[in-house]
Design a protein around this ligand. Structure first.
Ligand code: ADP
Length: 245
């Protein structure tokens, strides 16, 4: 197995007799930016839950490089460098943008370090680089409470980046964003992929188009179609699912 590659092989999840994932197989290469789309109930959230260990597969395997994630618990999977951003941002309102990143850098490794509040120069440089990466360098001293919805989402992405993930899973990042914020988010995700893989679940097809990378369409817990946004949007099976039978 190739280091940093995610393999889902024949993954099924059955809830009370209902098949949320139906022998789903998927490969995400290192550095890839992949969009996952599909109608409600297609199994997108369940797929993210399987990768992060929140839900266990009923059948099939999940591998990340040589690591078998199939029975690993959530904390051990996070330790391997798999991070997840949920739809609702969870930033600390009372702290500044800079302090939120500082906390994200220190706290996961050593919670007590927060009491010894001395920031080494190398850590400061990393935070500053992340601020530039997420486009919030000019907001470093602002309290998170006054940020716009989009800025809060970017800050949370920055907080996840402080943990140096190899694979970042992002749930519907542009829900509720303005067009301009959506564009900024697409550019941000394109920028951060490459150094790590990014998997984005999203409903907004214009955003998925702006990401400009490979798209996987899920339906009834399995892959219905895969390829460029133009290819999947013109796939008769996808049209049927989206426009109704
Ligand atoms: P999506 O994110 O694509 O909308 P989900 O993964 O949330 O789809 O759900 C897939 C199907 O599995 C849905 O029909 C949903 O009702 C069902 N499901 C998800 N989680 C559970 C659960 N914990 N118990 C029972 N059914 C569930």
């Amino acid at each position: 197995m190739k280091a940093g590659t995610l393999y889902l092989d024949g993954v099924s999840v059955v809830f009370d007799g209902f098949r949320a994932l139906n022998s789903l197989s998927l490969v995400i290469e290192p550095g890839e930016l992949r969009a996952i789309i599909g109608p409600n109930g297609a199994g997108k959230t369940t797929m993210m839950d399987i990768i992060t260990g929140k839900t266990r597969p009923t059948a099939g395997t999940v591998q990340f490089g040589d690591h078998d994630l199939t029975r690993m618990d959530e904390a051990a999977i996070a330790e391997l460098g798999i991070g997840r951003k949920f739809q609702k941002p969870t930033v600390f309102d009372a702290l500044t943008v800079f302090e939120n990143l500082e906390l994200a850098l220190k706290a996961p490794r050593d919670p007590w370090s927060c009491l010894r509040w001395v920031l080494p120069p190398a850590a400061r440089r990393r935070i500053e680089a992340t601020l530039a990466e997420i486009g919030l360098a000019d907001r470093a001293g602002a309290r998170a409470a006054i940020l716009s919805h989009g800025q809060r989402q970017w800050l949370e992405i920055g907080m996840l980046l402080m943990q140096e993930p190899q694979l970042l899973l992002v749930d519907e990042p542009v829900a509720g964003m303005t067009d301009q914020e959506t564009e900024h988010t697409a550019a941000l995700l394109r920028r951060i992929a490459g150094q790590r893989s990014v998997v984005v679940v999203e409903h907004d097809l214009e955003f998925v188009r702006a990401l400009g990378e490979k798209v996987t369409v899920l339906c009834e817990g399995a892959v219905l179609s895969e390829g460029s946004i133009d290819r999947v949007q013109n796939d008769p099976r996808v049209i049927e699912v989206y426009l109704g039978r």
